[in-house]
Design a protein. Structure first.
Length: 237
């Protein structure tokens, strides 16, 4: 497939959700970007394995008609790191997201800083599925959303298989493509220092936004602005 990245203005955006969430959380970002003329696709990745999530993301990328910004939240950062070598990807946006290097897993980075007391990620069950403690979900995952929004988000998220978290990256796209990162400064699920350390290591252009781990839901305009700025910048190169 011909490499289309950076040959024309970037008007396509593909959004990848993370664990304990689904694509519906991107509604605000979707609306903000489509109002600016972007064609936005939201991936419903299965969260069953890194390979499955990457394959689903690449199907969405195949369907784009030109260069594309690929953005991922949380676990979705690992997915876009591996899927981002697709020839239509012109740039990557990490939204409070994991950004492993080759031979690194998301879990390795998660363990580099003490989790916040509010964090509610539980050990895998006997089926290898990781859940988030229901009593901690609001404070630990989306503390700047309403209780009603948090309750719906918890009720609607899919199962997250632990093998996703321990599978290493084999071909990190940020090593060869422009990367932009959002630090959620009030994040209780992925320590903001972990986010800063990953982004610093990779020379990612960083924007800090005051928000919970679900910053893409609570601050959709600001998150969309980072994505749009990335699209404009890579179009110029």
């Amino acid at each position: 497939m011909e490499n289309l990245a950076n040959k024309q203005a970037v008007k396509n955006v593909v959004l990848v959700h993370g664990a304990f969430a689904d694509g519906s959380g991107y509604k605000g970002v979707y609306e903000a970007l489509t109002k600016q003329g972007y064609h936005v696709t939201v991936v419903q990745n299965p969260l069953t394995s890194l390979e499955d999530d990457v394959a689903t993301t690449k199907l969405a990328l195949d369907a784009q008609d030109g260069p594309t910004i690929l953005a991922g939240h949380s676990w979705g950062g690992a997915v876009i790191t591996q899927a981002g070598n697709h020839p239509k990807v012109a740039g990557l946006v990490y939204i409070a997201a994991f950004q492993p290097n080759n031979d690194e897993s998301a879990l390795q980075w998660f363990q580099t800083a003490e989790p916040a007391p509010e964090n509610g990620v539980l050990p895998p069950d006997d089926k290898g599925i990781v859940y988030y403690d229901k009593e901690k979900f609001h404070a630990g995952f989306c503390g700047d959303l309403s209780k009603e929004e948090a309750a719906f988000m918890y009720a609607s998220h899919g199962a997250f298989f632990a093998k996703c978290f321990v599978t290493p990256i084999t071909d990190a796209a940020w090593r060869t493509k422009p990367a932009y990162g959002i630090v959620a400064t009030e994040d209780k699920s992925i320590n903001p220092e972990i986010q800063r350390n990953m982004y610093k290591r990779s020379n990612t252009r960083v924007t800090e936004i005051k928000g919970s781990h679900a910053v893409y839901i609570s601050q959709p305009q600001k998150v969309a602005a980072v994505i749009a700025a990335a699209a404009q910048e890579v179009s110029i190169k």
